[in-house]
Design a protein around this ligand. Sequence first.
Ligand code: PLP
Length: 490
Amino acid sequence: MKAPDPPPDDGRETGDLPNERLRSGMHRVADRIADYLDSVGESRVVPRVEPGALLESLPESPPREGEDLDRILDDYERLIEPNVTHWNHPGFLAYFGITGSAPGILGEALAAALNVNAMLWRTGPAAVELEERVCDWVRQLVGLPLGFHGHINDTASTSTLVALGAARDARRPEVRRLGLSGGEIPPLVVYASDQAHSSVDKAAMALGLGLQQVRRVASDGAFRMRADELEEAIAVDRAAGREPLAVVATAGTTSTTSVDPLHEIAEICGREGIWLHVDAAYAGPAACLPERREMFRGWERADSIVLNPHKWLFTPIDCSLLFVRDLEGLKRAWSVIPAYLASEESVTNPMDLGFQLGRRFRSLKLWMVLRGFGVSGVQDRIREHCRLANEFASWVDEHPTFERVAPVPFSVVCFRARFGAPEERQNELQRRLLEMVNVAGPVFLSGTELNGRFTLRVAVGNLRTREAHLRTAWDLLVESARRLNEEVGG
Ligand code: PLP
């Protein structure tokens, strides 16, 4: 029987745009994106905008009738683009500098068109299998051994939550049914250094372990977890009847990018029978460099590892990769299969790998990035970022007004200015320095606190950042520090 003729594609049937209009809209969007990336470096990194200003210029209610696409895109150009903080700006040196590269942008667009929800293999065979393959490519890229199974979550925060959930299930499977208060469960303790990311605290809260059960282990002078302190904390907890559950070691801490002594920590975890989760959200991709691999020694013994391609693998946010050694254990921890999601195939269904059911097709953009750059392309960029950061660090080291306050293992430099003012004013002056540099516009830096001292950071991670952008930041820092020193009479 002949299929009925499709309805005319004029949008009247569906309410959606006719495909011809989509096509011309995409052409305009393609031009807009290319123009944006061409010119993003010419604008301020952070827009001059007061909180609430955009809100005021947006209509309070949605339009009654659908609007013309060109009008919507005009408004995007007029209202939205100028009022974002430009993470793709080469002068973006704050937090962790990141880039949504061209292959990744294209992958996002295609994933939106496919609109696959890869909750089951059946609901997205290509998405599920591409994810498996691409995660294994990343495993090879960073030199992890066979036996790690990767999958993609939105963020590292989710990946760590999912990993610690698996740790809890491995140690106390009864918690799944009884909850933490339903049986004779002692407090379950998670260890992380005083430099570890706050996502560890949030995971402990969400899993019901409680913040009180997160031990913040002291770090050494280079901001790495002290293994002796970890051992002692474990012994104290055991003696008090608490149960050590997991250690979260960090490879690339958020403030200074320090790397915990993974090998020693893995030894302790092995000896004590404690789950080891390695948070390599930022620095993990740097293990693609043979000359930096040694810094990661020990992570191959972890039970789980998180690494974010959206941080330093040029993939548009969001994309966080979680590797686990025991895939079946992960499924036991998280799988809940209602009748309406039961499937016939003996395959891994992504919905069984964590908290969320529905999943975006994130592996598409990662696949396109890895193919677009190739291993050597990724290595070249990461190596260059580390070189640029070390160059910047040398300027800090050579200047009498500045001091570096942490080693530079990767592409982040932590430093302070020296002000001729009493110690109690130093933090406030560092903050003012940061503010003066950021107000200028061409660069954006962020700060942190190390041992109670406010510290400025320069983070290189953007594909477009060149030495000239670091020079601009440096000149602004030197000049602003000079003016502040003049003001305080230093
Ligand atoms: N772990 C580390 C070391 C981080 O630096 C960050 C964020 O910067 C996270 C985890 C959390 O990352 P996400 O935003 O992907 O949850």
